[in-house]
Design a protein around this ligand. Structure first.
Ligand SMILES: [Zn+2]
Length: 480
């Protein structure tokens, strides 16, 4: 280790000791007080012992500022520092059930240059311009992938009505959702259905998620999640409330609608395969296959909303790339999915969210008999997930925020729900990170690796022991 680094290390240990004393002082008076007069603030050492380190937080805009509809930056992620050394954290990335402790990560220009044991660090180069981050007691987690989201809608107990809000409102909602996603450690969101409308920003009539995706990519990726979007739901008439989806009368119209979605810029096609009659799929496997072939020829993917078994069977036989929800899979279908490599995107927390509405709303649907029926559906869905996991189906986690009742910063809830359904915490973490990345076909999504973008966040505790830890986000530092 070069002498310069050794000096930095000694200063760091002294700073750690001071931090321990500050923690004692904090224990005497645990009441948080705002401003610089707080005893904890006064005693705590500077976050970095390097005198040259820039004060990252000082430059951050106020997180409480409300941006105008679609022009202001989203202030959740830390501003960029050219070089950063995160020292002495733990690492959990869903590849194993073992937490790695004593891990240092060196980042330059938003790229992870090296990951080393903290007692065997490489020379990070000159101290000038290096921000040293004491990551002790925190865990590095890959930026998560919300594999089932609806950016333009806010969620809540009236989630379906909110899908009919006007386009200007939808864009404002998406801006807020971007901030919520980032602050919750979600780096990628896969939008699987947005209402169609005239985008007030670019004047184009198409799925509102597409203009949002494009503008966020232009405005700076550090401040916005990466988006892959399906455009608008494609349904058979009567499956969804009027005005929300594109309805096809027959298989030719379905194929034409799917082609149009891709021509308008969708990354994937979303078929809605729960028909007006729950026990009958609205299309045949052959009709689904025509759409899949067309999309695959254009390097796009197809996914299917299939809460019910009938639609899931048709979707898998038709060759879709993923099933959304999959609340009623059986062992035969799960085996078929595993063989074909069909992903399952879980959205179990939706039912858990509905159960809270029995107390927080006046809506009768969520009380009494309604609540028992929701509980029954949740139990069936948990069995379905367990069957899929046992069969080896790749499972990605989604909130269904917006198109369902969750909010955009609640992916941790789905990870908890997966563990309640029988997955190991590391498997559930993989569902919210690397498997979501594989579903997107993005090699940098949901992983922490040397040479990859510094898209990780830090939480307090061990998420391989308890998924609840994912709610305790300390710091989010996205790469540009
Ligand atoms: Zn959905």
């Amino acid at each position: 280790m070069p002498p310069d680094a050794d000096l930095t290390r000694r200063r760091f240990l002294l700073a750690s000791l001071a931090a321990a004393l500050a923690a004692c002082a904090d224990r005497i008076d645990p009441t948080p007080r705002p401003g610089p007069t707080s005893s904890a603030t006064a005693l705590a050492p500077a976050p970095s012992p390097s005198p040259a380190a820039p004060s990252a937080r000082a430059a951050a805009p106020s997180p409480s500022a409300t941006p105008p509809p679609s022009s202001a930056p989203v202030p959740a992620a830390e501003p960029p520092a050219t070089r950063r050394l995160y020292r002495d954290g733990a690492l959990a990335d869903g590849r194993s059930d073992r937490l790695e402790v004593g891990v240092s990560i060196y980042v330059e220009d938003g790229v992870i240059r090296w990951i080393r044991p903290s007692d065997g660090e490489e020379d990070p180069g000159p101290r000038r311009g290096l921000e040293l981050i004491d990551a002790s007691g925190a865990t590095f987690v890959p930026g998560m992938v919300d594999a089932h989201s609806h950016l333009t809608m806010p969620g809540g107990a009236h989630w379906i009505e909110r899908g009919l809000d006007n386009p200007a409102t939808a864009l404002r909602v998406a801006e807020r959702n971007a901030r919520l996603l980032t602050s919750a450690g979600v780096r990628w969101a896969r939008d699987v259905g947005a209402p169609r409308g005239v985008d007030p920003d670019d004047g184009r009539e198409r799925a509102l998620s597409l203009g949002i995706r494009d503008r966020w990519a232009e405005r700076g990726q550090r401040q916005f999640p990466h988006i892959r979007a399906a455009g608008t739901w494609l349904t058979r008439a009567g499956s969804l409330p009027a005005g929300l989806a594109i309805e096809a009368r027959d298989a030719d119209a379905l194929l034409a609608a799917a082609e149009r979605q891709l021509e308008e810029g969708s990354d994937l096609v979303k078929l809605y395969l729960d028909g007006p009659d729950a026990g009958t799929a609205p299309w045949s496997a052959a009709e689904v296959r025509r759409v899949v072939r067309m999309a695959h020829d254009r390097d796009a993917r197809v996914t299917a909303h299939a809460g019910r078994l009938a639609g899931a069977r048709v979707a898998v036989a038709g060759g879709v790339d993923a099933i959304e929800h999959g609340y009623e899979l059986d062992a035969d279908l799960a085996a078929d999915m595993a063989r074909r490599g069909t992903f399952l995107v879980s959205t179990l927390a939706v039912f858990r969210s509905w159960l809270t509405f029995g107390r927080t709303t006046r809506l009768g649907t969520f009380r009494g008999g309604g609540a028992s029926s929701i509980r029954g559906r949740l139990e069936a869905a948990e069995r379905s997930i367990a069957i899929a996991a046992r069969a080896g189906v790749p499972i990605a986690a989604g909130t269904d925020f917006g198109g369902g009742s969750l909010r955009a910063n609640q992916l941790a809830w789905e990870v908890e729900a997966l563990v309640a359904a029988g997955l190991e915490p590391f498997e559930a973490l993989a569902a919210a990170t690397r498997t979501g990345g594989a579903l997107l076909g993005e090699r940098n999504a949901g992983v922490i690796r040397e040479g990859g973008p510094a898209d990780f966040f830090l939480v307090h505790g061990d998420p391989l022991q308890s998924p609840r830890v994912l709610w305790r986000v300390w710091r989010v530092d996205w790469a540009d």
